[in-house]
Write a protein that binds this ligand. Structure first.
Ligand code: HEC
Length: 101
């Protein structure tokens, strides 16, 4: 269990460092988020069964989108939603949703 934990910690740390470096633009993210609103709600509040995105940490949102895109977190819906997003798009979306309450 211990090595697993430290790998997870390192991954979170790297994701945080990367997201800060990438510096998402919330205004650009808001434009892209029109495609997400149908499921996640106009303000990212979540509409069952679609999870809430508003107010989650930026690095976490960024990583979750990357994991869907890569297939590391398997989900057909989110895989297709993220397939056309660039790294910058995902950083912008993460910045936007983390800025919401
Ligand atoms: C067709 C409906 C639909 C659309 C459109 C959609 N999502 Fe999702 N999203 C889901 C579902 C369902 C899940 C939960 C999937 C799972 O179980 O992993 C999810 C999960 C997520 C998660 C993980 C949340 C968490 O706490 O685990 C993120 C981040 C996310 N979506 C971002 C987005 C973004 C950004 C967009 C727009 C580019 C988007 N989604 C568009 C249905 C959708």
């Amino acid at each position: 269990m211990r090595p697993m934990l430290s790998i997870a910690t390192a991954a979170v740390f790297l994701a945080t460092a990367f997201a800060v470096q990438a510096g998402g633009d919330p205004a650009a993210g808001k434009t892209k988020a029109k495609a997400c609103a149908g499921c996640h709600g106009a303000t990212g509040q979540g509409v069952k069964p679609n999870p809430k995105l508003a107010g989650l940490p930026e690095a976490e949102l960024d990583q979750m989108m990357k994991d869907y895109k890569s297939g590391k977190r398997p989900n057909p819906v989110m895989k297709s939603m993220t397939s056309s997003l660039s790294e910058q798009d995902m950083a912008n979306l993460a910045a936007y949703y983390s800025s919401l309450k």
